[in-house]
Design a protein around this ligand. Structure first.
Ligand SMILES: *[C@@H]1O[C@H](CO)[C@@H](O)[C@H](O)[C@H]1NC(C)=O
Ligand SMILES: *[C@@H]1O[C@H](CO)[C@@H](O)[C@H](O)[C@H]1NC(C)=O
Length: 245
């Protein structure tokens, strides 16, 4: 084999192993907002927290799982309870894994809102609905997983803003790519939302958790042999229940 073809093969293998991708835009109440593109930074300010790369985060305790390392954005989008928010991934490769959508209430300005503490709650999620007969946990096509909705590129995941009290919030779209046995990969990006309107709800108690912290690497819904069809072909979502407002 020539060196170039060896390198090409290695490149293809690497692409095969890691899914690589990020939320690249949002459609909020019908209006499109560009996200950040870490490899071709635009001078245009965006609502998304700017991430350094779209490599997977490999550990449940790595602080990069919070917002893929993103800490600030120049803009925010206004939303009100009942509005739809669609996150769009320019490309996505593998079908296996859950999608979770989280929010976090900032105590003040976005510039000082770092997503720390036990303040995160879920507003939406999509797990596994395969039957273990024709559609197993590791089936690529047809897939029973929420993440499969994104495969092929320019696909979105749409959620509804719950009846939340007005304020500044982060919204976090998280994919846990599970296609490699016992080697979960996290992909998560955050954007800044200013919730307006007259909502009153503030999630508390069992709806709230910290990120990182909502799951352990050793949890059986985080690290498991996805290729073992002798295991029960079902999936329990990690983290707290979804807050519907
Ligand atoms: C698959 O799961 C079954 C049931 O837990 C277990 O007995 C078996 O050892 C596993 N096989 C592999 C290859 O992990
Ligand atoms: C799933 O993960 C959560 C932690 O987020 C854990 O409490 C729960 O026991 C796990 N469920 C299973 C079936 O492993």
């Amino acid at each position: 084999m020539q060196l170039t073809s060896v390198l090409t093969t290695i490149g293809l293998l690497a692409a095969e192993v890691a899914a690589h991708g990020a939320v690249t835009s949002y459609v909020i109440a019908g209006k499109t907002y560009q996200g950040y593109n870490g490899f071709a930074p635009s001078s245009t300010p965006v609502i998304q927290r700017q991430w350094p790369d779209y490599n997977p985060t490999l550990s449940a305790s790595d602080s990069k799982i919070r917002c893929n390392g993103g800490t600030s954005a120049a803009l925010s989008a206004q939303v009100k309870p009942g509005d739809s928010i669609q996150a769009i991934w320019q490309q996505w490769t593998h079908s296996q894994g859950p999608v979770m959508v989280w929010m976090y209430r900032c105590s003040g300005d976005f510039s000082s809102c770092d997503g720390s503490g036990t303040n995160w709650f879920k507003i939406d999620q999509s797990g596994f609905s395969g039957d273990g007969v024709n559609v197993f946990l590791d089936s690529e096509t047809p897939s029973g997983w929420g993440i499969a909705k994104l495969v092929g590129g320019n696909k979105g995941f749409t959620s509804t803003i719950p009846n939340l009290a007005p304020g500044n919030y982060l919204i976090r779209h998280e994919l846990i790519a599970l296609h490699q046995a016992n080697a979960p990969q996290w992909y998560a990006e955050c954007a800044q939302l200013q919730v307006t309107g007259s909502g009153t709800a503030l999630p508390s108690g069992s709806y709230l958790t910290s990120i990182p912290g909502y799951a352990k690497q050793s949890d059986s819904n985080i690290s498991f042999n996805i290729n073992n069809h002798s295991l029960p072909q079902k999936y329990t979502m990690p983290g707290p229940p979804v807050f519907r407002g």
